[in-house]
Design a protein around this ligand. Structure first.
Ligand code: FPP
Length: 231
């Protein structure tokens, strides 16, 4: 959800106001996603690198999930959205963690949209944490090194149970992954859009999905026609 700072700067507003506008954009997209055929939606709310921002900005970013759940949890519950918050717990306040766990528990039975909020998340940190967990299991005698394959490793990431992403959308004109779902992105399609996140609307997501449908996904294989042509 990139571009909040630039959106605010263009209006002569503090960056924190950009993040508040970004939270409103998130609400719009979560509401629109099921009608666009989306079942799994994962958003990047705070990265393990975002701690290096000014203290007041970090404080505002920390307040946003609680505010979001306070205002929207009843609607998420009602509309069938299942919430999951992934990322490192260290550094997050007890209140924030309690609110996240409450949102997960209250929506645990929902099935229409699986909303994952990556918060204090980093793809490299997640891979390191998964590797450490597996090493601990081996040290405790609960697993053998030969048990580890791609599926077993994926099952130890914080995204375990989610399908690998089909489409990764990055707004704001930047063209990089910035430590998001590094392992999971192996065969994802990327769409970069030149719109700042606070301006992001369902029509932008619809356009990204339309672009996705023009892609030819081969997963490292060749398409059947080319096999025939090659004899
Ligand atoms: C990156 O834009 C955005 C963030 C670091 C925060 C994203 C968070 C939200 C949109 C609100 C999240 C709400 C919940 C409920 C999790 P940037 O600040 O780097 O923008 P810039 O590149 O223009 O400076």
């Amino acid at each position: 959800m990139d571009g909040n700072g630039r959106w605010a700067k263009r209006r002569g507003l503090p960056r924190t106001v950009g993040h508040q506008a970004g939270a409103e954009a998130l609400k719009r997209i979560v509401q629109a996603a099921p009608d666009l055929g989306i079942r799994w939606l994962t958003v990047f709310g705070f990265s393990t690198e975002n701690w290096s921002r000014p203290v007041a900005e970090v404080a505002e970013l920390m307040a946003l999930p609680q505010r979001y759940f306070r205002s929207d949890l009843p609607r998420l519950e009602r509309e069938g959205v299942r919430v999951r918050v992934i990322g490192r717990e260290g550094g997050l306040s007890r209140d924030l963690l309690a609110m996240c766990r409450e949102a997960e528990a209250r929506t645990a039975h929902n099935k229409s949209l699986f909303l994952t909020i990556a918060f204090n998340y980093g793809g490299q940190a997640d891979i390191a944490d998964a590797a450490r967990r597996f090493a601990e299991e081996v040290a405790a005698g609960r697993a053998k090194p030969s048990d580890l394959d791609e599926a077993a490793f994926a099952g130890r990431l914080s995204t375990a149970g989610l399908p690998p992403p089909d489409l990764i959308v990055r707004p704001s004109g930047e063209q990089r992954l910035s430590n998001f779902v590094l392992w999971e992105a192996a065969y994802a399609e990327f769409v970069f859009q030149d719109v700042l996140w606070p301006d992001y609307a369902p029509e932008h997501l619809k356009a990204a999905i339309a672009e996705y449908h023009t892609r030819d996904r081969r997963y490292g294989a060749v398409i059947a026609d080319d096999v025939l042509a090659a004899g």
